[in-house]
Design a protein around this ligand. Sequence first.
Ligand code: OOB
Length: 550
Amino acid sequence: MSTGFESHLDDLTAGFVPFPADRADEYRRLGYWMDRPLDSILTDAAATWPDRTAVTDPNVSYTFAELLKRADGVAAALRQRGIATGDRLLLQLPNTCQFAVALFGALRAGAVPVMCLPGHRAAELSHFAGVSGAVGLIVADTIAGFDYRQLAQELVDAHPGLRHVFVDGDPGPFESWSALADLDAPAAEREPVDPNLPALLLVSGGTTGLPKLIARTHNDYLYNAVACAQACELSGDDVYLVALPAGHNFPLACPGLLGSMTVGATTVFTTDPSPESAFALIDRYKITVTGLVNALAKVWTQACEWEPVLPTSLRLVQVGGSRMTPEEARYIRDGLTPGLSQIFGMAEGMLNFTRLGDPIDVVVNTQGRPMSPHDEMRVVDEAGAEVAPGEEGELLVRGPYTLNGYYRADEANARSFSPDGFYRTGDRVRIFADGPRAGYVEVTGRIKDVIHRGGETVSASDLEEHLFAHPAIYAAAAVALPDEYLGEKICAAVVFSAAPITLAELNQFLDERGVSAHARPDVLAAMPTLPKTAVGKVDKKKVVAQLASG
Ligand code: OOB
């Protein structure tokens, strides 16, 4: 029967793996899932705190009521242009209030935003467009000299289904975003949302191959935002700074923009996370909470030694995204804020973090414990058998906000999930079995991040931990380089913080630390910085590419 609305839900659900009914019922019964659309975060906030500031950037601020009005204007305009319920829209905007307007505009129209990051380029965007079957793209004109309109043109040429391009700024041959965002239109009517269907698509953070798409449902993502805000003890008095790319799960909903909105807190956007700029913003808006990747947290901590304005209003700084040594954690906690929280999360769902009030030993030596009492974790050996409590192995997870399959990726799904629906994270962890750290997770590396040198298998992260211990080394990545005789040889790519050392000196140091001969670097490559992914993690593929290109 026709509902009178144009709907592409059949197309949306092709290749989507829903939660199994028994677990869905359980999450509903527990009250985690509220059967409400994700954009109820905004409608609720606008009803409860209409005049509070929802979002701010250097150009503009919107109250919750204004943000809702703008989102509804955008939603009406999108529907006028034929964008139907369930249609995917690629969203690739920098950290400004327009990001929030576009996200909620798309959701209010019943469309499904695909959360691209500004650092993604043609290879990634084309992959997202192809897999998602997106009908539109929302981008900025240029950022730091890169012209997104050219990228848009390439995409439109390659993907005939991509019919709408909206540009924030000078639109060139495309449609102007601001004409949409400034439209004063009443809320567009739309079909009631099925909260078990995808609300948005996140992109995976994996550093091998192209990112995969992760459909997060209304139910699971709303729970993610609400529960994370609760666990971080967020209140309407908090002010959250989006310092990482806003489309990444971490600043988007952990607790990020969406979690902040659930409690009526203000979100401040910045495109410049450098300490000079960020510290000034933190001071100006009295920012209390933010989330950072390790490299950025280290830069901020260093800057505390010389910046005139210090970020003293911060009460909670979440740091995660890649492995942090206890020394680094202690350095950040001592130098930046005692409110350090380590967070081990993934776009696929499951979040672990240390809580405010946890003992220092736990904050420094672990990556936290699960957000939800119903997160299920299993640690297994290579044969898939559960290891003894406290032992290392691969982490498998399942729970109320963890995916059940990548979007339109049958092959990857066959590998990435256990028969009973656990997601194989590829992360090597140990879950402490007793003592004050009991129940907390330590991430010890990636299962596949190993170097096959001769007949030996060397863990890259184990070697990196030793490299970090050298006082002259600021950042390090252990990578494999091809070798005629060994198959692979070990390269230590390092950024020196002091006078460079030689390979012989490094190996002497590693020898003294008890690193076996076959696990020591064959090559030492000094680099000015280590190349990063779109969210700011060390990108080992690019490290190898840079080394290969000389
Ligand atoms: C976050 O999400 P993604 O999807 O960009 O990356 C997930 C992967 C994890 O599987 C793990 O390999 C790594 O990043 N990771 C960590 C970590 N946090 C993430 N490895 C070691 N220690 C940590 N603390 O990176 C993400 C999503 C939400 C919140 C925070 C981070």
